[in-house]
Design a protein around this ligand. Structure first.
Ligand SMILES: [Zn+2]
Length: 429
């Protein structure tokens, strides 16, 4: 705003002439203001249409015309009003006909718009059935079906709804239900975000009550973990679990906050209080240092509650130090000596994997032979010879590597002890 202080304020397309008067005081009623005309300096009360009447002498009555506006100024203002009207008209959404296979339906859909009326079917059932069986009705029905499909599809496209929504069982069920209620209109924006949401929340809470009741006699663990949304928003979730089942207690968006031990402890303690501290036997977190600290803080406050580091995370760390051992730690020397060779095997495998996945043609070769072994492709695929993409040398290096028996022996040996750990992680996760 400050940059255009010297210019005339840009007019609002819907009420452009406000810029020629000074708004003094908002009136309680609608869009009315007490305003002062910038030409004649007289004060009036009214909405934009009164301003138009005062300045242009057109429209509603009930206000004196301005005597200070020159004909040239009036013409300019009239042009402004017309330009604005034109702009609004252009900006209005255009009605695009729904796609249709038959020419006739296409024509009839040209005047199709959002105010489409649900056909008023008041005829008796027997009459309807008779009408249904006529060929004309069949055609009409097919067209209506096609139009309905098009409308549903367009709802997805224009709102950017994920196609996965079509797999949501409630999606299909809602339409089936709607088709049984004549004249049904789906809930609007406000109902969805207020009454219906509250109703569903209450409903879920009622259904979770038995689970909550089980915490008293079966005790409960509180598990927490941090993860990221696809949009990289950090989320910290807290779950209460016992043999009756898990229940999500909280999901906290921790964007822009440092997840200190104190902060995590605070979130967990809140949940402990909610579940009743006498019912909670343990708190499970991962092994990050802030969580270790949070665990210590909680154990200090509630001596009866155990802190347990997460099994999955522990095993993950174990796998990581096996597969990518680091030499810089002294305590790690034994591990490094025993496992350094795995690092090079894993690097080779990653390299081959990237080589295959990163380029279309290689991936085609791979998927064509996916149920056979990589080995077969390496030795027999004639496509290696037509390989004209970038990095022919890399291609032959990959081929050599895949045919290298040492690699496969090492891989087999490596998997013999990492696979069990991996399956425990998958089972526990
Ligand atoms: Zn005036």
């Amino acid at each position: 705003m400050s940059t255009s202080d010297n210019d005339e304020p840009s007019p609002d397309d819907k009420a452009p002439l406000w810029i020629y008067v000074k708004k003094i005081e908002k009136q309680a009623r609608g869009g009315s203001w007490r305003f002062e005309c910038k030409f004649c300096s007289k004060t009036y009360v009214g909405s934009h249409s009164r301003v138009v009447t005062h300045l242009l002498q057109e429209g509603v009555k009930g206000i004196k015309r301005c005597l200070q506006v020159t004909p040239q100024q009036r013409d300019r203002m009239k042009k402004l009003v017309n330009d604005c009207k034109e702009r609004i008209k252009r900006a209005a959404p255009k009605t695009v006909p729904l796609p249709s296979s038959s020419k006739k339906a296409y024509e009839s859909s040209l005047d199709y718009d959002m105010s489409y009326k649900v056909p008023n079917v008041s005829e008796s059932d027997s009459k309807k059935r008779k009408w249904m069986s006529t060929p004309l009705k069949k055609v009409f029905n097919n067209e209506a079906r096609e139009q309905c499909d098009g409308e549903v599809a367009r709802m997805f496209y224009t709102s950017g709804l994920p196609f996965n929504l079509a797999r949501n069982p409630h999606y299909r069920k809602s339409y089936v239900r709607a088709s049984h209620i004549l004249g049904y209109v789906p809930p609007g924006y406000n109902a969805l975000r207020t009454t219906l949401l509250q109703k569903e929340r209450k409903n879920i809470e009622t259904h979770l009550q038995p689970l909550k009741d089980s915490w008293k006699h079966k005790v409960v663990s509180i598990c927490s973990d941090g993860w990221s949304y696809p949009q990289r928003r950090p989320i910290f979730n807290l779950i209460a679990a016992n043999e009756s089942g898990p229940m999500m207690l909280r999901e906290v968006n921790t964007q822009g906050e440092t997840k200190s031990g104190e902060m995590i402890a605070e979130m967990i303690i809140e949940c402990i209080k909610e579940a009743g501290h006498e019912n909670v036997v343990q708190v499970v977190t991962d092994n990050a240092s802030n969580c270790v600290k949070a665990g210590a803080l909680i154990s200090a406050k509630f001596p009866t509650i155990l802190w347990t580091p997460c099994v999955v995370h522990t095993l993950n760390l174990a796998l990581k130090s096996i597969c990518t051992p680091v030499h810089n730690q002294r305590s790690n020397e034994d591990v490094y000596d025993a496992c350094y060779w795995i690092k090079s095997v894993s690097e080779d495998v990653t390299w081959i994997k990237n080589f295959i996945m990163n380029h279309g043609m290689r991936l085609v070769m791979f998927t064509e032979h996916c149920d056979l072994q990589l080995l077969t492709i390496a030795s027999t695929s004639p496509k290696w010879d037509d390989y004209k993409e970038d990095g022919v040398e890399r291609a032959s290096a990959v081929k050599k590597k895949i045919l290298d028996e040492m690699l496969w022996d090492e891989l087999e040996y490596d998997l013999s002890f990492t696979l069990p750990i991996y399956s425990v992680i998958r089972a526990a996760d």
